[in-house]
Write a protein that binds this ligand. Sequence first.
Ligand code: ZN
Length: 159
Amino acid sequence: MASNNSLKRIRTWYGMHAIIEIRSRSFHRAGFGKLLIPHPPVVNWLLRYGLADKPYQQLSITHEYAHFQTLPILLIYIFISIAWIIKIPEINLFKTGIVFFSILAMTEILAEAYVRVKMNREYAVFYQNISIFPRLIFWSIFTLISAAGWIVMVISTEV
Ligand SMILES: [Zn+2]
């Protein structure tokens, strides 16, 4: 795949067409129709650390696509989190901030878990001689952040 012609249109399981663009290692966009949201590919940078261009592209595209595929699950997750935090009697900006970041972390966990399951065989081949540490950092930090949201919600709830 040429790096200057990187726009992809992929159908999601719920029927909408996702547009994904991985123009370079530092420019990713994704969205529906004309609404394409650029974002810094920090997560893909960390997860794909040390990979050659081809596996980088393949895994990054699947990761972006995974955000769309897991969107309905994420929306349910966001709904539960919001329903929970508005019931907390002493809610403040700090607690809300932690829950917000825990939702962002869960967004990335869901997407990468999807990539892991969907590309199981390729994953093993691509990462054969690649250090496990960047991926270990991703999984531990993002799991901790998402857990922090739940800890805040649970300890703030009066029983
Ligand atoms: Zn992501």
